[in-house]
Design a protein around this ligand. Structure first.
Ligand SMILES: Nc1ncnc2c1ncn2[C@@H]1O[C@H](COP(=O)(O)OP(=O)(O)OP(=O)(O)O)[C@@H](O)[C@H]1O
Length: 594
């Protein structure tokens, strides 16, 4: 047996990094900053220096840039070990313990080959005397040589930019990149071109600012004035930050724009999973010292620690809201008003917050949009529909009957309403059974019942083929002749009947079996209103033909009014009964004229 090595195509790996791993070519700035700061940290550990420094210089005429640090530098053997072998790193000592270094994979320097065809690294180690030069090429070849001159301890990386990336040698571009990735780093970063020099990072990070300062900082940098600032802290994850409350309403689907920093270097400004999903009413600016980045270093590895940190940050937001309700009820109400969708999700997930929010949240009811506090003021018995469509069917009539019905069709609303008795035992909540809704209306007296029975029998006979049965009640408003109620089960059944009629023999047989074997036939309800003059006249007419016509028309009109789809049979029924009705009216007119 012999041990063999793979042939690795370095250019292929670089293409892979630039096209798939890194989101933009500018990430080399992040990698060089990280390496420089890590080297400074290592030298400080030796006790050799107290002040680190990173100097970036631009040479636009030669399309070259340099990154210089006064860090620990590299010895000759370290160069051999770490620069000549991709994937090697000095910073890996203990994978699981939190260390001071940002880099850990040993691939960061490769990102420089995305924008340059050669890396020139000049270095002198704090541990040995020689000044060294290392020149690496993207084909994997490199040359190391000792320099005659003595350079200061530390490392300088020179990059000559490829023609398509020459803009990185321009002041505004490099300033922007350095600021983006490094503005919260503690080691000073200075950008120089000719005689112009400017320090990038004299900013206190927002998580170290007081509230008022943080608000105006966000207002200046993000062009939006937050409603408030929530301090974030996770002890287990050595993570801190702020969440600022957005001044406008956002939806769960909107892109999250949390800024995540690892040891103060920007990892991503579009991190979408750093905070719990319900917290979509805030944007976070979060720095962690212990979460581990993925190889692209644009997100974190989603391990147990990551989830524990996210939970802890979520708890900070919840605690803040609970305290705010007490300390600043006016601001609390404004936040609820703007972010009610997010807060509804939160209330559905968390009992403590449910109690806090529920009275402030608005719901669509048979009386219009109302806050829960106003709903409970006048109603102890609440019905909630399980779908939007069911609410539509009953809303108007329910109000006329003084029934409080809430639309449970919106996300979370049904759950939220069902939990009401947990905050007030006096409140009764029932999920509306749409098919028995009209049976709650006032019944007719015995003699009236006898009078209407033949009419109802006729209606049942006529409507049975359409999966509908009838009843009659007194209800308001009087101008509604019938209330038609149907649920999903009946709809499904009707759909099966329709497909059975249209399908080929084999499929029809299958539908037939499902329909007849598995289901007891469900029926929709057509409730006649004894309060309505037309219904009363139809019953009193005693004319069978006229009654049949009225029933068919009232049924099909109810379907149309409720936006229910009409089957081909129902459409035919509507047409026929309309024409017959017209005919009857015209005949009568002719008789009168004679
Ligand atoms: N400015 C520097 N000063 C001293 N050593 C450096 C410097 N830049 C790079 N090195 C050395 O080169 C090694 C490889 O660097 P590279 O950026 O490729 O990987 P890394 O920083 O270890 O890990 P990552 O892939 O996470 O960036 C480092 O581990 C370090 O030893």
């Amino acid at each position: 047996m012999s041990n063999m090595n793979f042939q690795v195509n370095l250019q292929g790996i670089i293409d892979l990094l630039s096209n798939h791993l890194y989101s933009d070519p500018g990430v080399f700035v992040r990698e060089l900053l990280q390496n420089a700061v890590d080297a400074v940290t290592a030298r400080k550990r030796l006790g050799h220096i107290t002040e680190g420094k990173v100097a970036v210089e631009l040479f636009p005429s030669s399309h070259t840039i340099s990154f210089m640090d006064n860090g620990i530098g590299l010895t000759e053997s370290e160069i051999e070990q770490f620069l000549a072998r991709i994937g090697s790193t000095t910073k890996k000592a203990d994978q699981d313990s939190a260390d001071d270094y940002i880099g850990q994979f040993g691939v960061g320097l490769l990102s420089c080959f995305v924008i340059s065809d050669e890396i020139v690294l000049i270095t002198r180690s704090a541990l040995e005397g020689d000044s060294l030069e290392w020149r690496g090429k993207p084909d994997g070849t490199y040359v190391t040589k000792k320099l005659k001159r003595t350079v200061p301890i530390g490392t300088t990386v020179y990059l000559k930019l490829k023609p398509e990336y020459e803009e990185y040698a321009e002041w505004y571009k490099m300033y922007q990149q350095l600021e983006r990735f490094g503005k919260y780093l503690e080691t000073p970063i200075v950008l120089t071109e000719d005689k112009d020099s400017r320090q990038i990072n004299d900013t206190t990070p927002p998580w170290r600012m007081g509230k008022a300062e943080a608000i105006s900082y966000i207002e200046d940098s993000e062009y939006e004035k937050p409603m408030d600032i929530i301090p974030l802290k996770s002890l287990i994850g050595d993570t801190e930050g702020i969440a600022y409350i957005l001044p406008y309403s956002v939806s769960l689907q909107d892109e999250k724009r949390h800024k995540a920093y690892l040891k103060r270097v920007l990892l991503s400004d579009k991190m979408n999973n750093m905070l719990p999903s319900w917290a979509f009413f805030v944007n976070g600016i979060i720095n962690t010292n212990s979460l581990r980045p993925t190889a692209s270093r644009e997100s974190f590895q989603e391990n147990d620690l990551f989830y524990a940190v996210r939970d802890e940050l979520g708890v900070c937001i919840k605690r803040y809201l609970i305290e705010l309700a007490d300390k600043d009820p006016e601001l609390f109400t404004r936040i609820v008003l703007i972010h009610y969708a997010s807060l509804k999700t939160l209330a559905a997930e968390d009992d403590e917050l449910y109690e806090l929010f529920i009275l402030h949240l608005s719901f669509e009811t048979s009386y219009g949009d109302l806050k829960m506090v106003d709903i409970l003021r006048n109603h102890r018995h609440i019905m909630v529909t399980s779908s939007f469509d069911e609410f539509r069917q009953v809303a108007r009539v329910a109000k006329a009957q003084n029934m409080m019905v809430i639309n449970g069709g919106y996300v979370h609303d049904l759950e939220l309403i069902r939990k009401l008795p947990s905050i007030d035992e006096q409140v009764q909540v029932s999920v509306l059974d749409i098919l028995s809704f009209s049976s709650r209306f006032e019944s007719l007296g015995r003699s009236e019942r006898d009078e209407v029975q033949p009419f109802l029998d006729l209606a049942d006979r006529l409507l049975a083929p359409y999966q509908c049965c009838s009843l009659i009640k007194w209800f308001e408003p009087a101008d509604i002749p019938v209330l038609f109620n149907i649920n999903q089960e009946v709809n499904f059944f009707k759909m099966m009947e329709e497909s059975e009629e249209q399908a080929n023999a084999l499929f029809a047989e299958v539908v037939h079996v499902i329909k007849d074997e598995l289901y007891e036939k469900p029926y929709a309800r057509l409730c006649f209103n004894y309060n309505n003059p037309i219904v009363r006249k139809a019953i009193a007419s005693g004319d069978l033909k006229l009654q049949q016509n009225s029933i068919e028309l009232l049924y099909t009109q109810a379907l149309l009014m409720g936006n229910h789809p009409l089957s081909s049979e129902e459409l035919r029924l509507m047409n026929e009964s309309l024409l017959q009705f017209m005919n009857m009216g015209l005949d009568r007119n002719a008789e009168v004229g004679r």
